[in-house]
Design a protein around this ligand. Structure first.
Ligand code: SF4
Length: 372
């Protein structure tokens, strides 16, 4: 018999699914250990509030299905034996559809997850949302447990005869109670996940086709993505993935780019540079003076009534008059007439003249700003 492989298989990438079910590196992670350390607290809280929890923690069971068989470890089986013993804490948190099912005597698979704040918020609002990569993995895991437990043909693969005997006494669970614990805020959220047979079978077929069949031939499945997909960003197996290695090589190849200094450009001589600097400063001063002049003018126009002349006592006077404005030809109208009657307008062209514009080198000024 081939060695058992793990059931978790929610990832759409064949290679990642292969590594997920064949490698156990997760157990070395602090995330896994923190999750395992907190799980008893959650299970005990559920038990203290009237849920009967079987096969949890040290009694956790290994279930298996398929050839070569795949194994998994549900966090327990739960039901409510005595509805009067349900504590307020649990009653406030159980989803209404879970209450109805428990109170009808149904048993559920228990799955406990410890989540960071972002994932917890997502779980609380949407449950195991298939649009989210992590939630999709959890959904696949729960479906694998429910699919295995729903089929007595798989019972023979299980290690525990006790478990098998229990399931012969009770209806087989067709739903899971997923309980999430928020690391950091100690919040709890719960959702019901129903068995989705179609999803389970589809996932199984894909896994057999893309992972277990190649494995039986001694092959490692090809990566589904090119190493740059969003899924790859969070993939724990990038180091082992030829596609992701290709991306890393692409990045490394930047080292091979010829880094030549830009060809030298001729720079103005010192006298030109100094004149331009003076020109700029005079232009700025002029702009400032013009702005001040306009403000003074507006102020004076208010103080000296229109049509009056005020002597200033030093031989000068200030006068406020109104000009009618210069009359000019309406060239738009003239152009219409010229077109209609077919004559050329005697436009006068002015003399060409020079424009001196001093531009600010943005690159340099930005880098000066960044350094200051
Ligand atoms: S890096 Fe991307 S392509 Fe490679 S195994 Fe991970 S998910 Fe698949």
């Amino acid at each position: 018999m081939e060695p058992p492989i793990r059931m978790s298989m929610g990832n759409p990438c064949a290679l990642r699914a292969y590594y997920t079910i064949t490698r156990d590196e997760e157990k070395d992670s602090i995330k896994y250990r923190v999750g395992k350390a907190l799980e008893p607290v959650v299970v005990q809280m559920l038990a203290d509030n009237g849920l009967d929890v079987y096969f949890a923690l040290d009694d956790q069971l290994e279930i298996a299905h398929d050839e070569p068989y795949r194994t998994g470890h549900p966090d327990g089986l739960v039901h409510i034996g005595d509805t009067r013993s349900v504590g307020l804490w649990l009653a406030e948190r159980l989803p209404p559809d879970a209450v109805v099912r428990f109170f009808s005597g149904e048993t559920a698979v228990l799955e406990v997850k410890t989540l960071n704040a972002t994932n917890f918020r997502l779980f609380r609002s949407k449950g195991l949302d298939l649009n989210n990569s992590l939630m999709r993995t959890y959904y696949a895991q729960v479906q694998a447990y429910l699919g295995t437990l729903s089929n007595p043909a798989y019972d023979e693969l299980w290690e525990s005869t006790l478990y098998r005997r229990l399931l012969q006494q009770i209806p087989r669970p067709t739903w899971a109670l997923v309980v999430a614990f928020a690391k950091g805020s100690d919040d709890i959220a719960m959702h019901v996940v129903d068995f989705d047979r179609e999803y389970f079978e589809r996932m199984n077929k894909r896994l057999v086709r893309e992972v277990t069949e190649p494995m039986l031939q001694g092959l490692v499945p090809a990566p589904t993505y090119d190493g740059k997909n969003d899924e790859c960003f969070w993939c724990d197996y990038r180091q082992l993935c030829p596609a992701a290695r290709g991306v890393a090589e692409d990045l490394r190849s930047l080292d091979d780019l010829p880094l030549e200094a830009p060809s030298s450009v001729s720079v103005a001589d010192a006298r030109t540079v100094s004149l331009v600097a003076r020109y700029q400063s005079v232009s700025e001063a002029l702009k400032e003076l013009e702005r001040e002049r306009d403000e003074l003018r507006a102020e004076l126009l208010k103080l000296v009534p229109e049509g009056t002349t005020l002597p200033l006592g030093n031989g000068l006077a200030v006068r406020h008059t109104r000009s009618e404005g210069r009359r000019s030809l309406d060239t738009a109208m003239l152009e219409v007439l010229a077109q209609r009657y077919g004559f050329d307008l005697p436009y006068k062209r002015g003399q060409p003249y020079s424009v001196l514009t001093v531009t600010v080198d943005k690159t340099e000024s930005e880098s000066n700003t960044a350094e200051s």
